[in-house]
Design a protein around this ligand. Structure first.
Ligand code: SAM
Ligand code: SF4
Ligand code: SF4
Length: 336
């Protein structure tokens, strides 16, 4: 019986840590170019947590039950020497799994280094296989080619790769079947993500969400898919197998079929704020607390109190009204 982590009503298993709020893309659903333009003020670099601070925090979180770390952003590969952070995190005995979410643009340069440092998995965000749709969605007119090259570089380096596709009605829902066919053929797992109302700049409307049910219906019109059991407690993707193959496909149904009651995830922004929910309005300033604390045990105990107090269930309660009227932090800041 562990005195700290066994008191949690909902276990704390995974942590997503943003290592930068900057990005080389301007995906319309995340960092719309009209808002995140040349005049947008990003965090000054000196506000970032240092690698040593991230290491200390994750080590303390290991005592609270955290086993999985996902590095995210903004675009995490824009953070200099990220492989050095991965190496450090790998030395924490409690941490069983380190993953990275990326737009893949810089994977040709870094995939091998990341793998050598101990990274196991990458999730690549790719929202279309059609050139014109992809160029429009990434907001920077970037072709699919460098992204596909990045995916290949990750595979060549021996990293496990999954693809994430955010689906928006009328924007890229016509890409559901071409994307499924492309990645099925290559045996790479594709996960469709329901468009979410994170932040307040992406113009979210309930009517732009393509639901899990609709996606599965479309998949079944072209292939046959059968459900797989969730792999572990807190698994967010509903997983399916293309019948008669070992190729997998999934849907993350955060809007139409939410999963707050089994949410085991905390998030830390690049400037060291702790959020117990993706849709929170405020985070706790861990960085200042840590810098003023006499020991890391004090920080660990504070995180335990914050996690224990949490009652977050935003997605279970979401309506068009909450989406519009509640203050929420932006996706590029909190890291998805
Ligand atoms: N830049 C990296 C990338 O795109 O993979 C990492 C950061 S990005 C904020 C993390 C994930 O959040 C991506 O898979 C992205 O597709 C997803 N995301 C961003 N905005 C979203 C939204 N409004 N609804 C659903 N998913 C979103
Ligand atoms: Fe950048 Fe990722 Fe957001 Fe796209 S989803 S703008 S790649 S942070
Ligand atoms: Fe977890 Fe908040 Fe998402 Fe619910 S809305 S699953 S509590 S992050």
């Amino acid at each position: 019986m562990d005195p700290i982590k066994d008191q949690f009503a909902r276990p704390l298993r995974d942590i997503r840590i943003s290592v930068t709020d900057q990005c080389n893309f301007r995906c319309s659903y995340c960092m719309p170019a009209e808002i995140f333009g040349p005049d947008f003020t990003f965090l000054p670099q000196e506000e970032y947590l240092t690698f040593e601070e991230i290491y200390q925090l994750i080590k303390a979180m290991g005592d609270l039950g955290v086993e999985k770390v996902r590095l995210t952003g903004g675009e995490p590969l824009l953070r200099k020497d990220l492989h050095l952070l991965i190496e450090k995190l790998m030395s924490i005995p409690a941490i069983k799994d380190i993953a990275l979410t990326t737009n893949a643009m810089m994977l040709p340069k870094y995939a091998e280094k990341l793998k050598e440092a101990g990274l196991q998995r990458v999730n690549v965000s790719m929202d279309a296989i059609d050139e014109a749709v992809f160029k429009k969605m990434n907001g920077r007119n970037v072709s699919t080619k460098p992204v596909l090259k990045g995916i290949q570089a990750a595979l060549d380096a021996g990293l496990e790769v999954k693809i994430n596709m955010v689906v928006q009605k009328g924007v890229n829902d016509d890409q559901i079947i071409p994307m499924a066919a492309y990645f099925k053929e290559r045996g790479i797992t594709l996960r469709f993500i329901e468009f979410m109302d994170v932040g307040s700049t992406n113009g979210w409307k309930l009517s732009s969400v393509v639901t899990k049910e609709e996606i599965i219906r479309m998949l079944n019109e072209h292939f046959t898919v059968e459900p797989l059991d969730g792999a572990y407690y807190g698994e967010v993707a509903s997983r399916y197998l293309y019948t008669g193959t070992s190729a997998e496909v999934g849907v993350i149904s955060s809007v139409s079929d939410s999963f707050c009651s089994t949410c085991t995830r905390a998030r830390i922004s690049a400037d060291g704020k702790l959020y117990t929910c993706l849709f929170a309005a405020e985070g706790f300033d861990l960085k200042s607390f840590m810098r003023a604390s006499s020991s890391i045990d004090e920080v660990r105990d504070k995180m335990a109190v914050l996690w224990n107090k949490r009652r977050d269930r935003y997605s279970d309660e979401r309506t068009e009204e909450t989406a519009k009227n509640r203050k929420k932090i932006e996706m590029s800041y909190i890291g998805g």
